[in-house]
Design a protein around this ligand. Sequence first.
Ligand SMILES: [Zn+2]
Length: 311
Amino acid sequence: MTTALYTHAECLNHRTPAGHPEQVARLEYINDALSAGMFDALDRREAPLCEDADILLCHPQSHLDTILASEPETGSRALDADTHMSPGSVLAARRAVGGCIAAVDAVLSGEVGNAFVACRPPGHHAEQSTPMGFCLFGNAAIAAKHSIERHGLERVAIVDFDVHHGNGTQALLWNEARALFFSSHQNPLWPGTGMPEETGGHNNVHNLPLPPHSDGRLMRATYEAQVFPVIERFKPQLLIISAGFDAHMADPLAQLNWATDDFVWLTEKLCDLAEEHCEGRVVSTLEGGYDLSALAASVAAHVSVLMEKTA
Ligand SMILES: [Zn+2]
């Protein structure tokens, strides 16, 4: 079995204003890191364009229409203070959703053991009708709904370790009893949601706020106590990871102090749980991570673990 890598050159055409942290260079640094010889065994695939119907698994037609109508012909258009579109943004966003959908298909069919989707824009902040936090469509939530509605899965776990609360994924899966969503995130921090009292329509949401300046020791203890046992009991048929790397100590947008080794540890633990319950089926999709060097090193470490687990 192999690890698939889904990406597409069109994800470089989504341009944000100068100085914006969610920049084209993020994906260029990741591409460079994943071109090293140790990644020769990756099954490299182009992220396909998604269909409208894929987006409509989680968003109303009005949201899709708004995004399509918001793409500028030149320059940049701000949807809010953080979230921008450029010429090419719609195609990039369709690749990001399409990569997640294709990754789910490839993993569930047994073509590949697991998959990483290196696309942008990210997705975990996009709510039903609200693009926000650099995100246009809910990539990870759409992947979960796709696995449920079209593959018939009854238990899908989504783990979001981005330093920001996955408010969009939470909103999109709030009433989906077949999806179990975990978000660890710094609190206080934008967007301000993600309190433990937010538990979803079916007790299917688990929020794990972490204080600023805490490090990997607290993260590990928190996951050992509050995430892994719940996943054990749930027995997922697929594990989706919203892989943001902005909890890294070098990241400029937050104040957690995780090291690259902490991402390695967490990825290994999640892969082991997937091995135990669902033949190792993991689909991981890129969210945040804004220190370019730390992002590239952390993604490389994360993908290395995915590869080791399918070797
Ligand atoms: Zn983030």
